[in-house]
Design a protein around this ligand. Structure first.
Ligand SMILES: CC(C)(COP(=O)(O)OP(=O)(O)OC[C@H]1O[C@@H](n2cnc3c(N)ncnc32)[C@H](O)[C@@H]1OP(=O)(O)O)[C@@H](O)C(=O)NCCC(=O)NCCS
Length: 183
């Protein structure tokens, strides 16, 4: 891995579809971020689910969705982060008043903490915007729970301050923030 200081907007970061061989490098990144918001304990069950979705297993939403993933890697091939895209969950369509054919959802967006804030997430996000447009989508949506509230200002930036609240999405008192960008 190149040093974090070498990761700049101008450093060559390659974005490519996730391959099975990337998963071993992504698991430690998931361990950094997929933690209980109160206890901060790693959520192994959620990580197992994410890995299964990365391997092409359907998730539980909307009668089972397939998620497509991209990874970012540095010039040495080290995986720095991932992003997923899938059909929008039904609660997004209701909240944002869009239809399924027009709407993609961003999922599982993680960059290793040592290089956060250096443009890797932007490159992953731009890839997902392009992917959604290529599939004829008009909107990209995202929701994020209280666990990731520290990242909400980043979503405000990426999604153009379009954020609104879905009450109690993650349980009583655990409100989600959701964003929608026109493509
Ligand atoms: C969210 C995350 C994937 C973004 O990746 P990143 O590499 O840190 O993002 P970038 O450095 O490319 O920044 C993305 C944009 O947000 C802006 N930004 C970065 N940090 C910011 C901050 N603290 N406040 C406001 N804007 C910020 C950047 O300027 C950039 O905008 P620009 O391209 O228009 O200049 C990463 O921070 C992360 O893994 N966070 C923890 C896990 C998480 O919350 N995942 C989401 C689960 S839903």
């Amino acid at each position: 891995m190149v040093s974090p200081q070498e990761i700049t907007q101008t450093t060559q970061i390659e974005i490519s579809p996730l391959q099975e061989s990337d998963i071993a490098q992504l698991v430690p990144i998931l361990h950094e971020h997929v933690r209980d918001s109160d206890t901060h304990l790693v959520q192994e069950g959620e990580i197992t689910d994410i890995v299964s979705w990365m391997r092409g297993q359907p998730d539980e939403a909307n009668n089972h969705r397939i998620r497509s993933y991209f990874v970012a890697r540095d010039i040495n091939g080290q995986v720095l982060g991932c992003i997923g895209i899938t059909k929008a969950a039904t609660y997004h369509l209701i909240h944002h008043q869009t239809i399924a054919a027009d709407t993609a959802e961003l999922v599982n967006f993680f960059v290793t903490s040592t290089v956060q804030g250096r443009g890797v997430g932007r490159k992953l996000f731009n890839q997902v915007l392009a992917e959604a447009r290529n599939h004829g989508k008009k909107y990209l949506v995202l929701d994020s729970g209280p666990r990731y509230e520290h990242s909400w200002p980043i979503y405000d930036k990426l999604f153009g301050n379009s954020g609104t609240t879905i009450q109690n999405l993650y349980g009583p008192g655990y409100h989600a923030r959701t964003w929608k960008i026109d493509l």
